[in-house]
Design a protein around this ligand. Sequence first.
Ligand code: ARG
Length: 483
Amino acid sequence: MQLLFIFHTIDGTFTLAASTSNPQPWSQRFEGALHPAIATFNASISFDIALIEYDITGSQAHAQMLAQTGIISETEAEQITTGLEQIRQDYRQGNFQPGVDAEDVHFAVERRLTELIGDTGKKLHTARSRNDQVGTDIRLYLRDQIQQIQGLLHQWQTTLVELASKHVETMIPGYTHLQRAQPLSLAHHLLAYFEMAQRDQQRLSEICDRVNVSPLGLGALAGTPFPIDRQFTADQLGFGGLYANSLDGVSDRDFAIEFLCAASLIMVHLSRLAEEVIFWASEEFKFITLKDSCATGSSIMPQKKNPDVPELVRGKTGRVFGHLQGLLVLMKGLPLAYNKDLQEDKEAIFDGVNTVKACLEAMNILMSEGLEFRTARLNTAVTEDFSNATDVADYLAAKGVPFREAYNIVGQVVKVCLADGKLLKDLTLVEWQELHPQFSDDIWDAIAPQQVVAARNSIGGTGFDQVRKALARATSILSSDNA
Ligand code: ARG
């Protein structure tokens, strides 16, 4: 089939007696043939085939509109619609696999349609250009994919809530600067990721409004002289609005950039947790055990169990950032309106979508069934450090000592303890009272990790009561999103 590029001539005949002729729709204007390597270079069919079903749906709406406005007959529109449906079925069954000679998915479908239904197929492209067509396809694709990603995010949030509800009373050291800071409820830690995912959901919903705008009918760049009905196709395709300016509409890819930005933030969030899981699984932390279903071995070190899933998630994050950067650079120097550069948007969008989906799925499996928190170890970990030091200062401050003074006293206490190889809880009442007369025998209760966590009952804090409220809130968000 590729050879035919070389041999077609201006009058549409072929210098070689080819059995099937597949000249491009634009070939009549050309005298020379396209170099085969350039044909391949130019073609997008190898990746834009992912748009085929959206292309078909968009074309069906367009054909119906053409009939509605009297530009083609009802019978013609019906033939076109049925032919397109046949192509959809053939494609699904693996019986339609256009090659590089088709150039892109739009030509591939149009050509196949004409093969199937004859000359009527050639009427489909009336009052349309591939420029508004491809814009329509990507928007339909992205709208669909955003919904799928939102579904995956919902599952992800459900997993986080389920896990959190099992670990309200489990404590985990909280860090700042990766130094032990204050103990936390493990549920509180997990619900931080729920909140990030909730913002991701909101962002995607907002972006979807701008994805869901119809460019169909804008033509190549300037509109069309045909009496088309853009609102009709927009309604048919479920678009929420119409682009108001043809030049803008055919060359706008803001919506794709916004999507990749939202996708990048989803990846940031997954990658932060991935990083934590990686060090939680290490010998140094021992906070979790990876199950065999989500860990791999080493080819040389038999003792190892590697956290490949979170490592890959962390690693794949860079790809999505790269696509965002790629699209921004792609757009920055583009004069109005359509330029072939825009064909480069597709692989970025597709890979961004596929990567985010794959990572959400993998992290969901990892967190729901691929690891176990070592609760005994976690609850002990918070007793082995100075992460209750703030609470000693708070204790004195509550008894009227100015906080800054209290802070300095506790600094000395920590210094003494470190020198003696002791923890705060190991000090005797005499030692406490030597440091400050306000200390009495309720100090141990005040600095027990359980109490330290429980006490942080301010709104949004890690106090167990707050965490229970946060869980109830998260659960109701999930059920109202479902409604
Ligand atoms: N394959 C092309 C793309 O993805 C379709 C639009 C082509 N338009 C054109 N004027 N050559 O952008």
